[in-house]
Design a protein around this ligand. Structure first.
Ligand SMILES: Cc1cc2nc3c(=O)[nH]c(=O)nc-3n(C[C@H](O)[C@H](O)[C@H](O)COP(=O)(O)OP(=O)(O)OC[C@H]3O[C@@H](n4cnc5c(N)ncnc54)[C@H](O)[C@@H]3O)c2cc1C
Length: 378
């Protein structure tokens, strides 16, 4: 392994790998350095849900559209199965139907389709039809298994793009000439720091300016359903329509919020909304909750899990609700932006996704970060 590179990237999560991909496409010699033995942060703990519909209007939505394109390009090259295409947003209340109607009339909803309850039930016979009022089908989304996808992207970058990796190595200092690690100095003309939730080790004073908190999420895997039980795509519920910024900006979302405040205050208090995706083995990844703190506690209360499962049971006719895995994940969160690229010096960038959208936007952010170092791609 060389010791001198064009670009050293700190962090082997999706942001670091996305930046490595974009830089290697520009012919740069790249190294990725991570303190863990493999990617182990938010990037392997999420739903693997590449979401376009529901993202905040403007640059976040644009980044999600671009990133979905890159996912569809890289997945077959890296041997990553795409397990779902598309998203079904179910609506149980008339106020939720109004949000979907308003959304489909916007530019972001142009390619989405409103479905009656009967049409939705025909598309997804696994829905709990008794409460269903209507649904919206979005064609844009993709879903991968993140714990499989991250190592495969790293293998692809190493084998096909000549990217070097140094795992189990912490970066303890950054300069314009490279990085100081727990295993010595690595020289590099440029450095990109993708620290995920580590706000304390590198550039803490610059990160402090973004007023970040950490957000802890609880996640579950529910036992495989019978072979005939199939989700047509990722599934969301009314609660998602008061959480995702692509919907919360709509006028109709206020009435839905008021009704949910009355009917599901406990879910809102724990930041719970519903995403359900299905794995190749038929198991379901179900989540999630949102708890904010400077240092989130490591606990995953059963009461929160029960609320998540109750919401899943309102939307889906589950054949098996045994929980076979539980985990938490953490990401940094800012009130006023979904992501940022900071420039501490000419050759150094810090890339942080400050919302729960990195799996959906990182490939575009990696390209933007590389463009900010080397100029726009020709
Ligand atoms: C439970 C959960 C569900 C989510 N669901 C979705 C979803 O479905 N769709 C979506 O778009 N987004 C989702 N997200 C958000 C998404 O996962 C994150 O935005 C994204 O993974 C952030 O990627 P990252 O590379 O910045 O951080 P991480 O994946 O946390 O990686 C950061 C890496 O940097 C390394 N590192 C940090 N500092 C150093 C250092 N000094 N030296 C060496 N290494 C260092 C760490 O070891 C780590 O590997 C979810 C997040 C969570 C937690």
């Amino acid at each position: 392994m060389a010791n001198s590179y064009d670009l050293a990237i700190v962090g082997g999560g999706i942001c670091g790998l996305a930046t490595a991909l974009a830089a290697s496409k520009r012919g740069k010699r790249v190294i990725v350095i991570d303190r863990d033995a493999q990617s182990n942060g938010a990037s392997v703990r999420n739903f693997g849900f590449v979401t376009v519909t529901g993202q905040k209007a403007g640059e976040t939505w644009g980044r999600a559209r671009r990133s979905a394109e890159v996912w569809r390009d890289i997945a077959p090259k890296a041997g990553i199965p795409v397990l779902h295409e598309g998203l079904l947003v179910t609506a149980q209340r008339s106020e939720a139907v109004a949000v979907l109607e308003e959304f489909t009339a916007t530019e972001m909803g142009r390619e989405c389709r409103l479905l009656t309850a009967q049409e939705a039930a025909a598309k997804a016979p696994v829905l709990a039809a008794d409460r269903l009022a209507a649904a919206m089908w979005s064609p844009h989304e993709a879903r991968v298994e993140p714990r499989q996808a991250l190592p495969r992207i790293a293998q692809y970058l190493q084998a096909e793009c000549g990217v070097d990796f140094r795992w189990s190595t912490a970066v303890i200092g950054v300069s314009d000439g490279g990085v100081e690690t727990t295993a010595g100095t690595v020289e590099a003309e440029g450095v990109v720091v993708c620290p995920g939730p580590d706000l304390a080790t590198l550039f803490p004073e610059r990160l402090a300016a973004y007023d970040l908190r950490l957000c802890k999420l609880q996640m579950l895997r529910v036992a495989p359903q019978p072979p005939e039980w199939k989700l047509p795509g990722a599934v969301m519920s009314d609660l998602s329509l008061v959480r995702y910024e692509g919907y919360t900006g709509l006028a109709a979302s206020k009435a839905l919020r008021a009704r949910l405040d009355r009917e599901q205050p406990q879910w809102l208090a724990h930041g719970i909304h519903l995403i359900v995706v299905q794995g190749a083995d038929g198991s379901l990844v179900v989540g999630d909750s949102h708890h904010y703190a400077a240092t989130p506690d490591p606990f995953a209360p059963a009461a929160v899990e029960d609320l998540i499962l109750e919401e899943a049971g309102r939307v889906l006719a589950l054949k098996n609700s045994k929980v076979i895995e539980r985990w938490t994940g953490v990401y940094p969160s800012a009130a006023d932006r979904t992501a940022f690229i900071d420039s501490p010096s000419e050759g150094v960038r810090i890339l942080v996704v400050s919302s729960g959208t990195g799996m959906s936007t990182a490939f575009a952010l990696g390209e933007e970060t590389v463009a900010s170092l080397y100029g726009a791609a020709s």
